[in-house]
Design a protein around this ligand. Structure first.
Ligand SMILES: [Cu+2]
Length: 178
């Protein structure tokens, strides 16, 4: 995962990342991988704005099967959540859980020349499939009405690198049993 970020940065005027194969240059998630049946501390990394414009809002969609989501408040950023019922009831440490955060919205300002991280924690329920990628689509809204929609979910057998605006994802590993 040790790839060079944005070779294109030196080519200043060009819209960055449009044809980049450098997945880490977009909005990405770490750490990797994450174990099913555990609480995952997700760190969303925002590497740049939209074609040079500062980021003003980050909207993160929580996929089904990911519950008990709690975003970490961030100094200088307004934090909102959208809470709706899940498609089914999930077991969360023995308690049936039927609703929770499905979308996180941070509103603030991040210049294109800066880097920042947005954190939330989430429980990865047993029904998720090991050895697959779990995607969290993100919409990045920027100044000047610009936006980057990191919502492309790679098809089976393809990688984030194959797409222009891949959703950030985390590889799932099997539940740890003892
Ligand atoms: Cu990028």
């Amino acid at each position: 995962m040790n790839r060079i970020h944005h070779l294109g940065t030196l080519a200043a005027a060009a819209p960055l990342c449009l044809v980049s194969s450098l997945a880490l240059a977009h909005v990405t998630l770490e750490p990797q991988p994450a174990a099913i049946g555990s609480t995952y501390k997700a760190v969303l990394r925002v590497a740049h704005g939209c074609e040079g414009e500062p980021t003003l809002k980050l909207r993160v969609q929580i996929p089904e099967g990911v519950i008990a989501v709690k975003p970490m408040p961030k100094a200088g950023w307004e934090l909102n959540t959208v809470e709706t019922p899940y498609k089914q009831s999930y077991d969360y440490h023995g308690a049936p859980t039927t609703e929770g955060v499905r979308e996180i919205v941070w509103t603030g300002k991040l210049l294109d020349k800066h880097y920042d991280e947005f954190v939330f924690r989430a429980f990865l329920t047993d029904g998720l499939k090991p050895d697959t990628m779990l995607y969290f689509p993100v919409v990045q809204e920027c100044a000047g009405g610009k936006a980057d929609r990191w919502i492309e979910i790679p098809a089976e057998g393809r990688k984030a690198d194959d797409y222009k605006s891949p959703a950030p994802g985390v590889r799932l590993r099997p539940k740890v049993t003892d």
